[in-house]
Design a protein around this ligand. Structure first.
Ligand SMILES: Nc1nc2c(c(=O)[nH]1)N=C([C@H](O)[C@H](O)COP(=O)(O)OP(=O)(O)OP(=O)(O)O)CN2
Length: 131
């Protein structure tokens, strides 16, 4: 299995209104680093998983919908907790949807999104595109 990973960052504000989150129940900001890995069993005719520029464009399009937003007011997170884990899943699914029309995108076997909320803590969601 091959994988190509492209990284971008984005900034959000949110709150996690459950006692389990302690001080993070209040509104706070975060700058996330998103590493999106595109997985493919066999390379294409150009011996790549996917063009790096094309991958970056898709990721940026998805992150544009989150960047500088207060997720407490974002319609896609209404009634949901915007944890690092949940955001990783959201990004993976949104990237998969955007790339599904692309020729290389149709041949992907999976997408893994690793979301780093700081250098010591991160979460990963793995989307199996063959399931
Ligand atoms: N599994 C997760 N745990 C936490 C998340 C998360 O997204 N997934 N998010 C937060 C907060 O949003 C914030 O990023 C950190 O909050 P904070 O309370 O300051 O940090 P810690 O939990 O690391 O440390 P404490 O010792 O509880 O202060 C929190 N958890």
């Amino acid at each position: 299995m091959f994988s190509l990973t492209v990284r971008r960052h984005f900034m959000i504000a949110h709150s996690l209104p459950r006692e389990a989150f302690g001080p993070a129940q209040g509104l706070h900001g975060a700058t996330f680093v998103a590493e999106v890995a595109f997985r493919r069993r066999a390379l294409n005719d150009n011996a790549i998983v996917l063009d790096i520029g094309a991958a970056g464009t898709v990721i940026e399009e998805v992150l544009d919908g989150l960047n500088y937003k207060n997720l407490d007011e974002h319609p896609d997170f209404e009634g949901k907790l915007s944890t690092t884990e949940a955001l990783a899943q959201y990004i993976a699914q949104a990237v998969a949807e955007k790339i599904s029309d692309d020729d290389d995108g149709r041949h992907l076997d999976g997408i893994d999104v690793t979301l780093r909320e700081n250098p010591d803590a991160w979460a990963t969601f793995s989307l199996d595109l063959n399931a």
